[in-house]
Design a binder for this molecule. Structure first.
Ligand SMILES: [Zn+2]
Ligand SMILES: [Zn+2]
Length: 222
């Protein structure tokens, strides 16, 4: 009887132990799932939690582990390597493969805006003001400096090897921080090399990218 009661007690302890272990596993899975969901949703916030953990860069939409600087674009609905930003003017993400064309686009619209302003001034000086010419001057008076600012910002970011996305969210990305959590860009190789990398003259530095991610970098992420 005593053995039976003892056996029953052992069984209860064993069941309680299994139940506790199951609860522990469930909590662990819930935490992991929560982390995964967090990654899938905002994409970038949990990179701040575990930058060295590849799962922190998991994209559930694209079913890949993203390379370090890749971001998921909600408009294009895919991940983009070294995503700078999604440009509504060209209706596409700006990344390593098209950023040179985007740069030339900015140069063209900036200079064409200032040429338009100059021509508008010449026309006004010759023929005087009209409503249409006022609107024309106002339009390019706004867009000329705006495009110029965008061009200067793009050049500045190319010089320091930072994307627009990283500049805006630099406090959220652990890979842009040092041991003291101060800002530090590990991809910065100096102005000249940064510019050469921007214009695809030399390959980018792929810090923390292993062989498998390199394959993803080349084949599955745009
Ligand atoms: Zn994605
Ligand atoms: Zn996009």
């Amino acid at each position: 009887m005593g053995r039976a009661q003892g056996g029953g007690g052992d069984a209860r302890v064993a069941r309680a132990g299994r139940a506790g272990a199951a609860r522990g596993r469930a909590r662990g899975q819930a935490r992991a799932l929560g982390g995964v969901r967090a990654h899938c949703g905002g994409g970038d916030a949990r990179e701040a939690e575990a930058p060295t953990n590849p799962l922190s860069r998991l994209c559930h939409t694209c079913h890949i582990v993203r390379p370090q600087r890749a971001k998921h674009c909600r408009i294009c609905d895919r991940c983009c390597v070294m995503m700078d930003h999604h440009c509504n003017y060209v209706n596409n993400c700006i990344g390593p493969k098209n950023r040179v064309y985007f740069f030339m686009f900015l140069v063209c619209i900036t200079f064409s805006s200032y040429i338009a302003i100059y021509l508008a001034k010449q026309i006004v000086d010759a023929f005087g003001w009209t409503i249409l010419r006022c609107l024309f001057a106002l339009l390019y008076g706004i867009f000329g400096p705006l495009f110029g600012f965008m061009l200067l910002t793009t050049i500045f970011l190319a010089l320091i090897n930072l994307t627009t996305n990283e500049r805006i969210n630099k406090n959220r990305y652990m890979y842009l921080k040092d041991e003291k959590l101060d800002f530090k860009n590990p991809y910065d190789r100096g102005y000249l090399k940064n510019l050469m990398e921007y214009f695809n003259i030399i390959p980018p530095v792929l810090l923390g990218i292993d062989q498998n991610e390199g394959e993803l970098f080349a084949t599955r992420v745009v």
